[in-house]
Each structure stands twice: as structure tokens, then as C-alpha cells.
Ligand binder design. Structure first.
Ligand code: NI
Length: 135
């Protein structure tokens, strides 16, 4: 019997979406306001879910304190109040779209989650726009 447990987290970060190999017109046409050369911020909301069997000893799928600390250490410390393009190595040559950020977050957490458990990352870039990555 599998149960999904979830933890919400939050971080603020700045980004710019553009391609160096495209001219200004094309970048503006595709990325709109997100191509602002002076960057802009988002209040990202994150939901990390872990699905697995309940440990009969504890009654937990995963200790939520452990998950909370993991998100703080691996995700918030790496991304919160950062300029994603400039300060986060993963985005040196990759656009920091919500899609790509969700994959980076997943990859940061996956090695620290029990291999028998499924991991799901849901990332809200705005209250209405969100992406889901499950590996
Ligand atoms: Ni944006």
C-alpha cells in the first residue's frame, strides 16, 4: 500500500530567459518579459512529494523533518535569493525556465531519497503556472 507524502517550500530567485545565438527581436518574441536584460524575480512555490510503502515501525513513508531539512539544504540554499543565470552553475548554459528548474531540483534531491521511493517535483513559477517532473 503506497502513500504519497508532500512538503511545500518556497524560494525567491531572479532569472532571464534568452538565447545568445538569437537576436533581440527573436528573444523578445519567444520569451517576452522574461527576456528583460536586467533580470526579474519570481516567488517560486515548490511541492516535493515522496511515494512509497509505509514503514511499519514508524508509520511514516518518510520522516517529514528529514525531507524538510533536505529541501532546505539542497534546494533553498542553492536557489533562494540567487540570480539563477549567474549564480547557479546548472544554468550557465541552460535557460532557467520552470521546466529546467524542476529537473535541477529533482536531480539535487534524488540521490538523497530512498531508492524504493518515487520522487515528484511540482514547481509554481506564478500562482497559475506550474510544472511537474517525476524523473
Ligand atoms: Ni520569468
Amino acid at each position: 500500500m503506497k502513500v504519497k507524502v508532500s512538503r511545500k517550500a518556497h524560494f525567491n530567485a531572479a532569472h532571464r530567459l534568452y538565447r545568445k545565438d538569437w537576436d533581440d527581436d527573436k528573444n523578445t518574441q519567444v520569451f517576452g518579459k522574461c527576456n528583460n536584460p536586467n533580470f526579474h524575480g519570481h516567488n517560486y512555490e515548490l511541492i516535493v512529494s515522496v511515494t512509497g510503502e509505509i514503514d511499519p515501525e514508524t508509520g511514516f513513508v518518510m520522516d517529514m523533518k528529514v525531507l524538510k531539512d533536505l529541501i532546505e539544504e539542497k534546494v533553498e540554499n542553492a536557489l533562494d535569493h540567487k540570480n539563477l543565470n549567474i549564480e547557479v552553475p546548472e544554468f550557465k548554459d541552460m535557460n532557467p525556465t520552470a521546466e529546467n528548474i524542476s529537473i535541477v531540483i529533482y536531480n539535487k534531491l534524488r540521490p538523497h531519497i530512498n531508492k524504493d521511493h518515487e520522487l515528484e517535483v511540482v514547481l509554481y513559477e506564478t500562482p497559475r503556472n506550474f510544472v511537474t517532473y517525476t524523473g
